[in-house]
Design a protein around this ligand. Structure first.
Ligand code: SAM
Length: 322
């Protein structure tokens, strides 16, 4: 097993199935262009092989499929069928939920039981302004159907000053009523925001302010979370839980166990590092050649992790797999 000086190792793999997305969220996609896939994206078979090799070489236990928007990708079905045979402890998916009603039967059939759905507002106008694509009511319909089918659902919301702060409590109420866990993601200095300076600061809403806002309506207490969890978790007695991924306020680099594979075959050990390591040319090699080479790349990728705190990165989230 590859372990660093701080005792960190890779357990959780995120793959960006495609960098194409049917949204162009203001904080993620700088040019507002939707549905643009990267050139030279890996095939589903190559991705399945990559996951299989990474399970062996890095000890990956859990897989999250993300993007871009995974539900727009024609590779989704083949990928889900392939990775579900690899003996992973858990496979989950992060999606904007726009195509959820259409893809739900496939997700259920291939054993997906947990979904993270990104939803920044319940206000249709704000939704259009932030997502720059899609339709709010399709997402809500998909969420209702996924809930009725028994899926465990977390909602991701990025609070943005001046855009959706008025939605923190309505979204929390919406989730508590439905047994969903709302997770607030502090805005990250990724892509165009890495150099946004003042513009980033103006939009950024941190953990203390969020908790104060929630405290106006609810009493909450900090709850237990796994050691390598990225979210701080809170319990509202008798109602449910919410979480905050506080990259800036309470960095979790010291216990980070994440590895990312881009849709074009690059491994990223850390969101804050511009280093990346190409595995695309190892995937058609036999195991005895691929694994040692991969282990060499994994040592480098683990070395890319920040010691303490998230420092931002210029890679766009939809490419690296948010
Ligand atoms: N399309 C899928 C979705 O919307 O969930 C998966 C990809 S998206 C890049 C994954 C997550 O990254 C979303 O929850 C999104 O809100 C988040 N995200 C993207 N850019 C971000 C940023 N600069 N700061 C914080 N979260 C960001």
């Amino acid at each position: 097993m590859i372990v660093d000086r701080q005792g960190r190792r890779f357990r959780n793999l995120r793959i960006s199935l495609t960098s194409a997305c049917n949204y162009a969220c203001t904080y993620c996609v700088p040019d507002g262009k939707r549905l643009v896939a990267a050139q030279d994206e890996l095939s589903a078979d190559a991705m399945i092989q990559a996951v299989a090799y990474l399970i062996e070489a890095a000890g990956i236990e859990r897989l999250r499929i993300t993007g871009g928007e995974p539900l727009v990708s024609p590779k989704l079905e083949a990928l889900l069928r392939g990775v579900s045979q690899l003996g992973l402890d858990d496979i989950s998916l992060t999606s904007n939920g726009q195509l959820l009603t259409r893809k739900l039967p496939l997700l259920l059939e291939t054993g997906i039981r947990r979904l993270n759905i990104s939803l920044d507002t319940l206000d249709p106008e704000a939704f259009r302004r932030i997502a720059r694509g899609g339709d709010l009511f399709s997402v809500l319909e998909g969420l209702d159907q996924a809930r009725a089918a028994g899926l465990k659902i977390k909602l991701n919301m990025v609070p943005l000053r001046g855009q959706n702060l008025d939605q923190v409590l309505p979204l929390l109420d919406y989730c508590l009523e439905r047994g969903f866990e709302l997770r607030f993601i502090e805005l990250m200095r990724m892509g165009h925001l890495a150099r946004a300076g003042q513009n980033f600061q103006q939009q950024f809403v941190g953990l203390p302010e969020l908790l104060a806002l929630i405290g106006e309506r609810y009493e909450y207490a900090q709850a237990d979370a796994p050691v390598d969890a990225t979210a701080l978790r809170y319990k509202i007695a008798g109602r449910g839980y919410f979480g905050v991924i506080a990259n800036e306020s309470v960095p979790f680099c010291r216990s980070c166990s994440r590895l990312r594979l881009s849709s074009t075959g690059w491994l990223h050990g850390c969101l804050s590092s511009s280093n990346r390591h190409y595995v695309g040319d190892l995937l058609d090699k036999p195991r005895h050649q691929a694994l040692p080479a991969l282990q060499g790349l994994l040592v480098k990728a683990l070395g890319d992790k920040q010691e303490l705190a998230f420092a931002g990165g210029t890679t766009i989230m939809k490419i690296i797999g948010g």
